[in-house]
Design a binder for this molecule. Sequence first.
Ligand code: PGA
Length: 255
Amino acid sequence: MLVAGNWKMNLDLAAARQLTAGIVSTVGKPKNTHIAICPPFVDLDATYSILHGSGIKLGAQNMYHLDSGAYTGEVSAPMLRAVGCHYVILGHSERRELFGETNQSVSQKAIQAKTHKLVPIVCVGESLAQRDAGVHEGVVEEQVRQSLESLHVGESSELVVAYEPVWAIGTGRTASPEQVTQMHTHIRSILVELFGQKIGTGIDILYGGSVKPNNALELFSQPNVDGGLIGGASLNADDFASIVASADKAATIRF
Ligand code: PGA
């Protein structure tokens, strides 16, 4: 299991330090669950020094697909590694919708992340219109295939996929356990096809979209759900710790 907090464009340096310290002191040491937080770029260095030794990993929310150069405003994989990042979120639906991210750019970034030993958390998910039109499985399948098919994955721990239906993000509306199971099982079969049985079954598939303390256990108990990508609720240490505890409980029920 993996629970990753996506802070999005929230918290300045002082607030980021405070929340990180709060998370370190409340999450404890779950047995079967890895934990990550993904603060804004400018908070990464400071949060890393607070996380250091806690077992909680650091992640970034985006990166560019080249090492360095004249790319004003961008941040590279080596820079993220240098400030202690283990993960990088790629292709979040907000980046796809608002910043023109495509499956092709996500694919380039995922390859670059892997080259620099960052673990990409590749996000996929359909819009409400696509779900209502019944094309959600095809849309997500295309996102998974086009974002990942050029990637070489030597071990399942080198890649994470996050299924986040766009209509569930920040809306308070979660996908039902049946909808989540159906999509995660579909994604699992594509991962097995792309990377083989052993690696494909071991890759963590996270669910994201309005995961809260009161629904986390049910969502994480579904087959092929290996944890969550948490937005709003990751900004509160107690809520985040409760979600981590639910993941750990689901892990013991399932395995
Ligand atoms: P949410 O965001 O938990 O606030 O819905 C999830 C995400 O966008 O990763």
